[in-house]
Ligand binder design. Structure first.
Ligand code: FAD
Length: 499
C-alpha cells in the first residue's frame, strides 16, 4: 500500500518516497536542538515497513538525490545530531524492532535497529546475560545505533577492540547495495548460516576487509544498518562494589592501569564530586559519601564457575593493588533496586538523556586520551567553563577506561547555561583546539568539536571523501554529518523541502 500520510508535505521528493510500497512519509517535531534546549523546527520522516524496503528507499533517494539521515532511537537524544540537515529526510528505523536471534550458548544477539537497551536488558536478564553498555542509556536508545556510534561501554575488560561489542551487520550502502560485514558475509541467508553452525561472531571479513569499521562512527553517512550482531557477556551471580577516593587523580589512574592490566573489575568509572552529586540527583539515590575530589567506582563480578571464590580472589588482589597505590578500598552496598550503583550501572529507565534532568540544559565535551593525560586535559575544560561563569559545582568530570584500559574516555559536562547566554556552547570550538593540541583525540567528531578534529587530519578527510564517493556516490546518506562540510561538498543534495 502506498501511503502519503501528511498531504500538506506533498512535494516531488515526498511523492517519490511515498510511492514505495508500504512506505510512510510524515512531518514531525525535530529532536531537541542540543543540550536539552528547545526543539529546532520540524523534519520530514520516512518510515520503512521492512528491512528490505530500506534498500528501495535508498535506491530511489540515490537516483533522485534525496538526502536521508538514519535514526533508530526514540525520544529526545543527548543532542539532535541525527536530525537531518540540508533539507534531507530522516529515515526512522525504530519500527524495525525484531530480535532475530538470541543465542545464550554463543553469547550473541542479532537485532534490528529499533531494539532498545531497555527491551534487550529485560530479555537478557532472563537468560543470565548482559550487554556491555554505555553509562545510563535512555529508555529509547537503540542498541544498534549506540554500538554503531561507538558509545563508550562501561566494562573495559570486555572492550577488546574499538568496534566492541558490535560484531557483524547488514548494511545498505548509498548505492542501494546490500552488504554483510564480518563472518556474516556469506551469500546464504542467516537461517542457512545458523544451520551450518555460523553465528555472526567475527567482525573481520570477508577475507581481510573490515567494512563494519567504515560504517561505525560514520553517523549514518556510509551506510544504513538493518541488523547487527552484538556480543553478550554472562551476568554475574554476585556483584560487589568498591570505591577508592583521592584528591590526586594520578593515584587512582595508577590503580586503574594496574587493575585493567590484570583484567580486574567489571564496570570502572572515576567521577569527581560534582559528577557524583549530579548522578545521585538524576538517579534519586545517594552516591557513596566522601569529601575527596575524585572517586573510583568499580564493580567486581563473579565468574560462572565457583562464583564466591572467584569474587573473593579478585577482591583480595584489588585490595593489595589499592594498598600498593596508597589507597583505601571501601565496600558499598549494591544489588537492591534503590542502590546508587545498581541504578548507575544499569539501564536508565526514563526517556531522554539523564543529564537533562539536572538543570535542563547541559553542554559537554568528550574525547579519548591516555589516563595520565586525563586530569590535565579535564582541568583545562573545567577552568575554561568556570572562567565564563559556570558555577564550579555544575562542572563535572567523568573518566572511563576503555579498550582494556589502554586509553580512557573523558567527559566534562557543564550543567545549566549561565544567564541563558550559551557561553559554554560558544566556547566549545576553541576549547577543542586547545585540547586536541595537548593530546585529546576526538574519535567521535560531533557538533562544535568536529572542525578541530578534521582540521588536524586532512589526509583522513581525503580518504573519507574517496570512500564516501564509492559507497555513496550521490552523497545522499546523512548529508552534512561528516567533516562539517560547509564548503567543498562534492555531492550536494538538493531534494527534500527546506524547513
Ligand atoms: C561528546 C558529544 C558531543 C556531541 N555534540 C553534539 C552537538 O553539539 N550537536 C549535535 O547535534 N549532536 C552532538 N552529538 C551527537 C549526539 O549526541 C548523538 O548523535 C545523538 O545522541 C544520537 O542520538 P539519536 O537518538 O538522535 O540517534 P540514534 O538513532 O541513536 O543514532 C545515533 C547515530 O547513529 C546513526 N544511525 C542511527 N541508526 C543507524 C542505522 N541503522 N544505520 C546507520 N547509522 C545509524 C545516526 O544517524 C546517528 O548519527 C554529540 C555527541 C557526543 C558524544
Amino acid at each position: 500500500m502506498t501511503t502519503l500520510s501528511h498531504p500538506q508535505i506533498a512535494d516531488p521528493a515526498s511523492d517519490l518516497l511515498a510511492s514505495i510500497d508500504g512506505v510512510t512519509v510524515t512531518r514531525r517535531r525535530a529532536q531537541t536542538a542540543g543540550s536539552g534546549r528547545s526543539p529546532s523546527g520540524r523534519i520530514q520522516v520516512v518510515e520503512p515497513p521492512s528491512p528490505e524496503s530500506v534498500a528501495e528507499i535508498v535506491t530511489v533517494a540515490g537516483a533522485n538525490r534525496i538526502g536521508l539521515t538514519p535514526r533508530s532511537s526514540t525520544g529526545d537524544a543527548r543532542f539532535g545530531r541525527s536530525n537531518p540537515r540540508k533539507g534531507a529526510f530522516a529515515i526512522d528505523l525504530s519500527g524495525l524492532d525484531r530480535v532475530l536471534r538470541l543465542d545464550a550458548r554463543e553469547r550473541v544477539v542479532i537485532l534490528e535497529p529499533g531494539v532498545s537497551y531497555r527491551t534487550l536488558d529485560g530479555m537478557l536478564q532472563e537468560e543470565g546475560l548482559r550487554v556491555n553498555h554505555p553509562l545510563l542509556p535512555p529508555s529509547g536508545k537503540s542498541v544498534l545505533a549506540s554500538v554503531l556510534d561507538r558509545e563508550p561501554p562501561l566494562i573495559p575488560k570486555y572492550h577488546w577492540d574499538f568496534t566492541d561489542p558490535l560484531l557483524c551487520c547488514e548494511v545498505i550502502f548509498g548505492t542501494g547495495d546490500m552488504f554483510r560485514t564480518g563472518s556474516a558475509a556469506w551469500s546464504k541467508s542467516l537461517e542457512a548460516q545458523w544451520e551450518a553452525g555460523m553465528f555472526q561472531k567475527n567482525p573481520l571479513g570477508p577475507a581481510q576487509t573490515d567494512l563494519a569499521k567504515i560504517v561505525q562512527g560514520a553517523q549514518g553517512s556510509m551506510g544504513i544498518a538493518v541488523w547487527a550482531s552484538v556480543r553478550l557477556e554472562r551476568r554475574p551471580e554476585i556483584q560487589r562494589l568498591f570505591t577508592a577516593r583521592s584528591q590526586d587523580l594520578r593515584q587512582l589512574a595508577g590503580l586503574i592501569a594496574d587493575m585493567t592490566r590484570r583484567r580486574l573489575g567489571d564496570e570502572i568509572v572515576i567521577a569527581d564530586r560534582p559528577m557524583l552529586s549530579a548522578l545521585g540527583k538524576a538517579l534519586k539515590a545517594s552516591p557513596p559519601p566522601g569529601s575527596q575530589r575524585w572517586t573510583l567506582l568499580s564493580v567486581v563480578g563473579s565468574l560462572p564457575v565457583r562464583p564466591e571464590q572467584s569474587v573473593a580472589c579478585q577482591v583480595d588482589e584489588l585490595r593489595d593493588l589499592a594498598r600498593h597505590h596508597g589507597l583505601i578500598l571501601d565496600e558499598v552496598a549494591i544489588g537492591e533496586p534503590e542502590d546508587f550503583a545498581t541504578r548507575a550501572f544499569g539501564v536508565w529507565g526514563e526517556p531522554g538523556f539523564w543529564k537533562h534532568h539536572i538543570a535542563g540544559a547541559s553542554s559537554e565535551i568528550s574525547f579519548i586520551t591516555t589516563i595520565d593525560r586525563a586530569g590535565p586535559l579535564a582541568g583545562t575544560a573545567v577552568d575554561t567553563w568556570r572562567a565564563v561563569g559556570v558555577d564550579p559545582e555544575m562542572v563535572a568530570t567523568m573518566i572511563q577506561p576503555i579498550d582494556q584500559g589502554r586509553c580512557c574516555h573523558v567527559e566534562i559536562t557543564a550543567f545549566g547555561d549561565p544567564d541563558g547566554a550559551g557561553v559554554v556552547e560558544s566556547s566549545l570550538a576553541d576549547l577543542a583546539e586547545v585540547l586536541a593540541r595537548d593530546g585529546a583525540f576526538f574519535s567521535r567528531p560531533h557538533g562544535a568539536v568536529a572542525a578541530a578534529a578534521y582540521r588536524r587530519c586532512p589526509d583522513t578527510v581525503g580518504a573519507l571523501r574517496t570512500v564516501k564517493s564509492i559507497l555513496d556516490p550521490a552523497g545522499v546518506l546523512s548529508p552534512g554529518a561528516l567533516w562539517a562540510d560547509t564548503a567543498g561538498d562534492p555531492n550536494p543534495v538538493t531534494s527534500g523541502r527546506e524547513r
